[in-house]
Design a protein around this ligand. Sequence first.
Ligand code: GDP
Length: 388
Amino acid sequence: MSHGDRMKQGQFTNPETPGYVGFANLPNQVHRKSVKKGFEFTLMVVGESGLGKSTLINSLFLTDLYPERIIPGAAGRTPAQAGTGPQAVTFVMLLSSRHSRSFCCQTEKIERTVQIEASTVEIEERGVKLRLTVVDTPGYGDAINSQDCFSTIISYIDDQFERYLHDESGLNRRHIVDNRVHCCFYFISPLGHGLKPLDVQFMKAIHNKVNVVPVIAKADTLTLRERERLKRRILDEIDEHGIKIYHLPDAESDEDEDFKEQTRILKASIPFAVVGSNQQIEAKGKKVRGRLYPWGVVEVENPEHNDFLKLRTMLITHMQDLQEVTQDLHYENFRSDRLKRSGRKGPEPEEMDKDMILQEKEAELRRMQEMIAKMQAQMQKQGDGDDV
Ligand code: GDP
């Protein structure tokens, strides 16, 4: 086996620690302060219904994000709650001691024309906390009018920006919960000959708001040659229609060779052709997550069978970059548009910082002056008493 082949195989597998996602390495990407606080990341999955979005998400984080839920009955809700408003469903997931990872999960269902479901899992791996929110957007193929569905998803992304903008200008800015959507996996059907008009329309509608990562669903339904042909076709169409997808940054020149090679392979794999499964199957004496066919097993976590591990590696190793692009590009776009629309030029974040510090200092000064005035009044009173 050549060095290149070994790299290709070894890079995306972790034989010593099966069932280990790898976000414990996140501290290498960011400052220690964030490690203490934990990481916040929101991933959205979009695409036609039935393409395997929920299955993939469960496979991705080695957890069932959608176990049986306790849904409060209508009797338990007030008449106002029983309407079409948001329902909050909370459940706790089983602790998985095998991987010494812990989960705590909460789901918020927002019922509109289509349902948007945000599930938050708190995963702890080797002492590193990740607060992961997955936003599942049941397929637009379901909606009679796909425009309604689009606008619901777009509003969801905008609402999170709006909330962040509001919190950022508030007093409690140091403790903002970041629910902005940092990445969107866009699922493309393996059955078409490329992008459908709706795919083009939808990706263009969100590409300035979120990092879009195109994913070919159910890759096990394609031969290797069909897969490559479809990938090329999709990339050509993305280019032709001017769709902006998330671009993995090039590895820095001082990075080690393995990381550079990994980045090169990841870049070459876009759009990632993935397979998902919720089933454990016996293959070559091992239990693996896979799909059983009469002719054999398609293993989810086998890089020779599909790009699942590459997709997960991309997400984990680029979490911080995805957050930064969200902050510096998508959120800034939203913020400047929003301020333009409201007809005023808002202060820059640093200016906001300075203003806030100045205000806090002024308030402190006022308090001190009041205290001194009170003390002087008291001393005056005491002096008057002594004179008598
Ligand atoms: P969603 O509507 O996009 O969330 O799709 P689901 O995750 O509910 O999956 C729909 C169906 O597709 C289920 O029967 C899954 O078992 C199946 N499925 C999911 N992933 C794959 C895959 O990678 N390959 C194949 N062949 N079927 C899949």
